[in-house]
Design a protein around this ligand. Sequence first.
Ligand SMILES: [Cu+2]
Length: 203
Amino acid sequence: MMKRLLIAIGIVALAFSFTLSLDAAEKEKGGGKKGKKGIKEMSQKQLVKLALSAAPGHISKDATIMVPGADGKMVEAKKGTNGFTCIPDVDGMPVPDPICYDEQSGKWINDLMSGAPNPTNTAPGVAYMARGGWHFEKDGKILMKNEAGATPIEEPPHWMLLWPLDSKTSGIPSMPNKLGTYVMWDGTPYAHLMVYQDPKKIK
Ligand SMILES: [Cu+2]
């Protein structure tokens, strides 16, 4: 899935979590190193391009772009006007997973990263991951964060609705399936709808 956020304090948390997830992935998998290096070797221009590639053009063109600076802290590369923020990588894996998220998603992500018991967004958040993403599975369950012994699973291009949803009452499966839609982190306050649909095709 994803993780992070907005506003001065959110940006600090964002930079922090960004580094954290990179380090975690690096320790976890030899391949994580490659991902970290790959992102690190990119010019700011390349990072911006990568960040922009997460959402449909009509969203990314007016989004705020945040990229890691030389010290790894997130810096604003471009100020947006539509409430969306795009960053070039979430999970620090060999294949980078850029994301564009709106303000409500920003709250949700920031809450997740700061360990808040519940997300505080007051409306459903929309987040796009047109390049796909990663999640980590162990014992047939999707973990909320990477840990020792977990298997990284690549997610196809998708978008997310960040709003509590229950697999049982909604009837929507709690694991990836042929339908292409599932409730990720079912049974937790951070349950959300994953939609395997290429955001680039949303017009
Ligand atoms: Cu997700």
